[in-house]
Unconditional design. Structure first.
Length: 106
C-alpha cells in the first residue's frame, strides 16, 4: 500500500493557538499509530534566527512550526482526507497553501 509524506507548516506566530488544540491532535493521532496508518510523525522546528525560534517559552513548551507525517493509505485522496480531518487543519493552524502531500517511492 502506498506511503505518503505530509509536510504541514504552520502559519507564523500561531504557537499559542496550536498548543491550545494540540491535545486533540494527539488523541486523534493515537488510533492511526496503533493501527499502522501513521508510520511516522514529528514536529517541524522554527527556522533559525526567527522570533519563533528565539522567543522565551515556558519550560516544557515545545518550539513547533509545523508537522511532518508519513501515512499509509490506498490513495492520495484518502491521505488528503485524513489531513483535512485534523484539528490543525480545521483550526487553521497549518498554512494550507504550503502543505505538501506526496507519495513516497521505495
Amino acid at each position: 500500500m502506498p506511503r505518503f509524506l505530509c509536510v504541514c507548516p504552520d502559519h507564523p506566530d500561531i504557537l499559542d493557538k496550536r498548543l491550545a488544540v494540540r491535545p486533540q491532535h494527539l488523541v486523534r493521532a493515537k488510533p492511526d499509530l496503533e493501527n499502522g496508518t501513521q508510520v511516522y510523525a514529528g514536529a517541524i522546528l522554527p527556522k533559525p534566527d526567527t522570533e519563533a525560534r528565539t522567543r522565551p517559552l515556558p519550560e516544557g513548551v515545545p518550539r513547533i512550526a509545523g508537522s511532518l507525517m508519513v501515512y499509509i493509505f490506498p490513495t492520495l485522496e484518502d491521505c488528503w482526507a485524513r489531513v483535512k480531518e485534523d484539528v490543525y487543519w480545521k483550526h487553521d493552524i497549518w498554512d494550507k497553501s504550503k502543505i505538501i502531500v506526496e507519495e513516497l517511492i521505495d
